[in-house]
Design a protein around this ligand. Structure first.
Ligand code: ATP
Ligand code: MG
Length: 359
């Protein structure tokens, strides 16, 4: 029996359309083998939406995403739109899309591929075998807490204020996503907080500990964020799944990304309680190489694999895409961002063709 999926496709700006074409072709190639039937529904977001209809997230786009099983997003933005006022910027479209779909969980894997170990900024013996996932809370914490602003004290001095706040409900829902994610991996979950200093972190820690009773098969540990940052650089192999709040997650996921050393390889997923998730590469629209067939499509292809695993519950199809990616790298094919001596330089399109040949 065939399973049909409606996928909203937001190709966006810069290298977005090129890497999207490769990604959709990969999904088309894999569909029959796993009895999947994809309907790809394109919609506008970011700079191309501003040019076409005057706003970065048209209502029709949000509506189309809501009616889909998942959203595949490439990249948005570019210098052309940088001088617009904030509400009209491409990035505002992305924030509104996340808010509009209630995406409170951001999943960012960092995996060292043996074929690319020399691309890392750390020593090969430190990063070999690293395969971790950061689960970051995305819609709460200090980025959204009230009060916030720059106020004036009684003595007339300016005082900047932000508030780190989490309700038990907010911690529980990100905690559940994290435990479920750990279950699909090595069943080790490390919760990162600053409970020795912050009350909000004490609540976070208490809720995670209480929740762990429902996941006896997952091993839960806790680390203070300063220690976690150090451990990530010193011995990243010890981690499987990490769960943390918005601010700590922002910082730790960038550290984790740099372990792998190659921005063109990093996928991400943003998930809500129900409804479609958004699957997108970590990198931006790379205007410097747009339209030149130089972009590395693998971050978006791997985002499509995350869509299959975490959005559509098709783990076998996800694994097939990931393995094809490895095989193509194993054969020595590299886009220019990954190129090292002895490898075979290919463009975006040719990389896609190699992937499909592999599948
Ligand atoms: P944003 O603010 O959207 O994150 P940015 O300017 O910070 O954008 P990117 O657009 O990711 O960052 O580009 C950073 C650098 O990495 C650029 O030199 C770009 O060419 C390169 N780059 C980004 N993505 C890719 C890719 N898929 N393949 C090859 N090079 C890439
Ligand atoms: Mg950036």
């Amino acid at each position: 029996m065939t399973t049909a999926y409606r996928i909203a496709v937001l190709a966006g700006d810069g290298i977005g359309p090129e890497i999207t074409e490769v990604t959709l072709n990969v999904l088309r190639a894999i569909a029959p083998r796993f009895n999947l039937d994809f309907e790809f529904v394109p919609a506008l977001i970011g700079g191309c939406a501003i040019d076409a209809v005057g706003e970065p997230l048209p209502a029709a786009t949000l509506e189309s995403c809501r009616q889909s099983d998942a959203v595949l997003l490439a990249a948005i933005g570019g210098t052309k739109w940088d001088t617009l006022p904030r509400p009209l910027r491409p990035e505002t479209g992305l924030l509104k899309l996340r808010a509009g779909l209630g995406l409170f969980a951001n999943l960012r894997p960092a995996k060292i591929l043996p074929q690319l170990i020399n691309a890392s900024s750390l020593k090969p013996e430190v990063v070999a075998g690293v395969d971790l996932m950061v689960v970051r809370e995305l819609t709460g914490g200090i980025y959204f807490g009230q009060p916030r602003g720059i106020f004036t004290t009684e003595s007339g001095e300016a005082r900047g204020v932000n508030t780190m706040a989490y309700t038990a409900t907010e911690v529980d829902r990100i905690g559940q996503v994290a435990f479920e994610t750990a279950r699909k991996r090595q069943r080790k979950l490390c919760s990162v907080d600053k409970a020795n200093v912050l009350e909000v972190s004490q609540l976070w820690r208490d809720r995670l500990t209480a929740l762990s009773a429902e996941y006896p098969d997952v091993e839960l540990t806790h680390l203070y964020v300063d220690n976690a940052a150090m451990q990530l650089v010193r011995s990243p192999k010890q981690f499987d799944t990490i769960v943390t709040g918005n601010l700590f997650g922002d910082i730790l996921s960038d550290i984790a990304a740099m372990l792998t050393g190659s921005i063109g390889m990093l996928p991400s997923a943003s998930l809500g309680a129900s409804g479609p998730g958004v699957f997108e590469p970590v990198h931006g629209s790379a205007p410097d190489i747009a339209g030149q067939d130089k972009a590395n499509p693998l971050a978006m292809v791997l985002s499509a694999a995350m869509m299959l695993r975490y959005g559509l519950n098709q783990p076998a199809a996800a694994t097939a895409i990931e393995q094809a990616t490895l095989a193509v790298l194993e054969q020595g094919y590299r886009t220019s961002d990954l190129m090292t001596e002895g490898c075979i330089l290919v463009g975006c399109q040719a990389m896609g063709e190699q992937l499909i040949a592999q599948l």
